[in-house]
Design a binder for this molecule. Structure first.
Ligand code: NAG
Ligand code: NAG
Length: 362
């Protein structure tokens, strides 16, 4: 039977992988540095007094250890937590939660998370409500300078070369474009807009590389048009074609950019995770992945629980493990865990040219 020969093949591949070290506990990474938006924010926005883009109130955190809201836009842990767990490390703390003192070297050596809800590739995205990607890199630059001052360049570079730099950015730029006026879209057509994002991203990734990063984990944008907030705007509750198209184009640009960079910079490696394909697969075949509700948010009010966000006055579902979406924009803990596992151990078409386990073993 075909199934027995394919399982023989799987066994063979597994044995070969183990033989070459792929199944061994990977070499330990020195630290995890995280950049991005609300998909990876572990509390930076709690420190932004004026921002409305916060998640430091119930029902966020209902499944987090201690059942408390921490600033994560989730019922529980997010991708930054699961990535750290997979790497056998504690979750890197939010940069703004680290007390400023004359010597933060120990904290900085342990890894730092700069991600901020609402953050985008463009400075104009949710301006004054979040830490833009550029500002996150500014903060990282000061971390880098502190490390070099304390440890010297060579030791700092050795540490950073063995660290993982995880990035999840772009969704907010796309969401803002989708809701912008048709006059703006005429002036700045979709592909021109995406090209401008990729052009900014090029400079940003290059800058992080120039500050010592060598192992990049890039988490592509998901099927943004399928989040409850977007479906809610469609009479038949279908996914927004416009938002999904922009996400696909952005991801194409980002993955080509990474490939170009790794060809140009021989000591740079990366793992690109195609969130779009993976999450759409869960949405289209929920049974196969243990999901039941793929359209409505768990927490919120109104149609699809997407008319009103997840606020203390909102209701939330009891079956959180079988919902793809926690609130009108964000995945549940269950979704984040499944996505991170696939990024860590999966293969094409979900993750390439290598998965995260292979990246850290390099
Ligand atoms: C700062 O911390 C690092 C790491 O613990 C240590 O090696 C260094 O001596 C400290 N420097 C100062 C000025 O305290
Ligand atoms: C809803 O989405 C479908 C599929 O993208 C589209 O054909 C339809 O025009 C949309 N309806 C509205 C009211 O936007």
């Amino acid at each position: 039977m075909a199934s027995s020969s394919s399982s023989t093949l799987v066994t063979l591949v597994v044995i070969l992988c183990c033989w070459y070290g792929g199944c061994q506990a990977q070499t330990e990474v020195s630290a995890v540095y995280v950049f991005g938006d609300s998909l990876a924010d572990v509390g930076n926005n709690n420190h932004l007094g004026l921002s409305l883009l916060k998640a430091d109130f119930p029902h966020n955190g209902v499944d987090f250890p201690g059942h408390k809201a921490t600033g994560r836009f989730s019922n529980g842990k997010n991708s930054a937590d699961f990535l750290a767990e997979k790497l056998g490390r504690p979750t890197s703390p939010a940069y703004l939660s680290i007390p400023s003192s004359s010597n933060n070297t120990d904290e900085f050596l342990g890894g730092v998370n700069f991600a901020s809800g609402g953050g985008g590739v463009l400075d104009s995205t949710n301006k004054d409500q979040c830490i833009s990607f550029n500002k996150q890199i500014d903060y990282y630059s000061s971390v880098y300078a502190a490390l070099v001052q304390q440890l010297g360049s060579a030791q700092t570079q050795a540490h950073l070369s063995n660290s993982v730099f995880a990035l999840v950015i772009g969704s907010n730029d796309i969401l803002n474009y989708v809701k912008s006026s048709s006059a703006n879209k005429l002036k700045n057509p979709p592909q021109q807009f995406v090209d401008s994002l990729i052009s900014s991203l090029r400079g940003q990734l290059k800058r992080i590389y120039n500050l010592g990063a060598r192992k990049f984990v890039f988490i592509g944008t998901g099927p943004i048009g399928c989040c409850p907030a977007q479906r809610h705007q469609n009479k038949t509750r279908e996914c927004s074609v416009e938002a999904n198209y922009l996400s696909v184009q952005y991801n194409k640009g980002a993955s080509s950019l990474l490939q170009e960079m790794s060809e140009e910079l021989s000591d740079m490696s990366y793992s690109y995770f195609d969130t779009y394909t993976a999450l759409l697969e869960y949405i289209n075949n929920p049974d196969a992945y243990g999901f039941v509700e793929v359209k409505a948010a768990c927490c919120g009010l109104g149609d699809l629980n997407a008319k009103i966000a997840c606020l203390p006055i909102s209701s939330y579902c009891s079956n959180r493990k079988d919902h793809i979406f926690w609130d009108l924009f964000h995945p549940t803990e269950a979704t984040a865990e499944r996505l991170t596992s696939t990024a860590f151990d999966g293969s094409v078409p979900y993750v390439y040219p290598m998965n995260i386990r292979q990246l850290v073993a390099m």
